[in-house]
Design a protein. Sequence first.
Length: 124
Amino acid sequence: MTVWLLVAAINGFISVAAGAFGAHALQGRLDAHALQIFETGARYQMYHALAIAAAALAARGAASAAPAHFAAACFLTGIVLFSGSLYVLSLSGIRTFGMVTPFGGLAFLAGWAALAWAAFQQGG
């Protein structure tokens, strides 16, 4: 559990830093569309940093530990693939990175399903 809370905190920190970087350092350097893509990456990273923290807390129950750990791993994978590809796409302009983004979205969905299963395992 402690490792996942640490991972959540690090991702929350990076998300806030990325949001500030996007709002201040990238303003005027990227066009509006690229800036919006970057901000979407930061927003989804924060959402899923919080989801990792929720999964870490859900992992405290013996019955829900395995699906909660799986959920956290899916959320982290989603952050790397979804947010990471959006960061690279917006900063580089290389559109091919956009092909990775849906896989991150699928990882997010798998994480939410696993977190729901962890909640079910705890008795609702």
